[in-house]
Design a protein around this ligand. Structure first.
Ligand code: ZN
Length: 299
């Protein structure tokens, strides 16, 4: 499964969904990270530091964070998706141009699942990134995207005032096993981290993971609002079931393309993946059956 993380600045991907990225990577998913702006150029020029060196350092941090999250195989794809828009001035670029860039990204990397910023974030680049992703992923026949999740970035999302839509998560990913990797990735961005009690401190990141986890009975979690309008089908009341249904649909599509399942089986499968009452367990059973089928038929 192809997973694309679209973040405004290098560090947003790790802060927002580092634990979830590590889970996808460990599950063998093909994960790419697209960074829109450099995260450096809006800062005052310092006489003692060369700007080119600052760019290089931030790129190096992005690479090290990707390695910590297990994206070794995909880090080059990530670099290819570096959009280089003006930092903290993305509003100076016409939205249509950003959308076109993203459409190009999706053509070369047809992701099924996307993680990006929340539309009600305080940071202007974060909000524009969200808007551009939603525009680039508007529903079209044959589009690859099945689900879009919005992440929160400490020190930005929670600081938005009530003139912006609130962050209300309805999808939680257990990151108990990958929180360490997230913190390791954030070590790569030590320059961007602040001492506690700043919200972008290691302690606060851990506290947020604990709180999001405790909200759903887990030790640590990352929380996302899911934009299900794009799916419109499947068991929307149970995000985990829907997630499994999306997986089943994607696996089925691939088997069908490869001529490994009949048109009839494929149709039945598509019906199941769109069934609004299918449980998570049933969707899981379908995936198991598909994988058995895939193994049995060989390549
Ligand atoms: Zn950012």
């Amino acid at each position: 499964m192809k997973v694309l993380v679209v973040a405004a600045h290098p560090d947003d991907e790790a802060l927002g969904c580092g634990g979830t990225i590590a889970r996808h990577a460990a599950a063998g998913d093909d994960v790419a990270v697209a960074i829109m702006a450099d995260g450096v150029s809006s800062r005052p020029i310092r006489s003692d530091v060369d700007r080119a060196a600052e760019f290089a350092a931030r790129r190096e941090a992005l690479k090290n964070a990707a390695n910590a999250l297990g994206l070794h195989r995909h880090v080059h794809a990530s670099w290819g998706l570096d959009l280089r828009l003006p930092d903290n001035r993305m509003d100076s670029v016409d939205l249509i141009d950003i959308v076109k860039e993203l459409e190009g990204v999706l053509q070369s990397f047809p992701a099924e699942i996307i993680y990006t910023h929340h539309g009600g974030d305080l940071n202007i680049d974060h909000r524009i990134t969200h808007q551009a992703v939603m525009t680039a992923c508007r529903p079209m026949p044959g589009a690859s995207v099945k689900a879009i999740y919005a992440f929160e970035v400490p020190s930005s999302t929670e600081w938005a005032s009530d003139s912006l839509p609130p962050f209300r998560p309805n999808h939680f990913v257990d990151i108990s096993a990958t929180l360490d990797k997230k913190l390791e990735a954030l070590q790569a961005y030590a320059e961007e981290m602040r001492p506690f009690p700043h919200p972008r401190s290691f302690e606060a990141v851990q506290a947020l993971a604990a709180w999001r986890g405790a909200s759903v009975g887990l030790k640590a979690a990352e929380a996302f609002p899911m934009y299900i309008g794009l799916l419109g089908k499947g068991n929307a009341s149970q995000p985990e079931a829907l997630h499994q249904q999306v997986n089943a649909g994607v696996i089925g599509m691939k088997l069908h393309e490869a001529g490994k399942i009949s048109d009839e089986t494929h149709t039945t499968l598509l019906e199941a993946s769109n069934n609004p009452e299918l449980s998570k367990r049933k969707a899981g059973d379908i995936i198991t059956q598909l994988k058995e089928l895939e193994a049995k038929r060989g390549s």
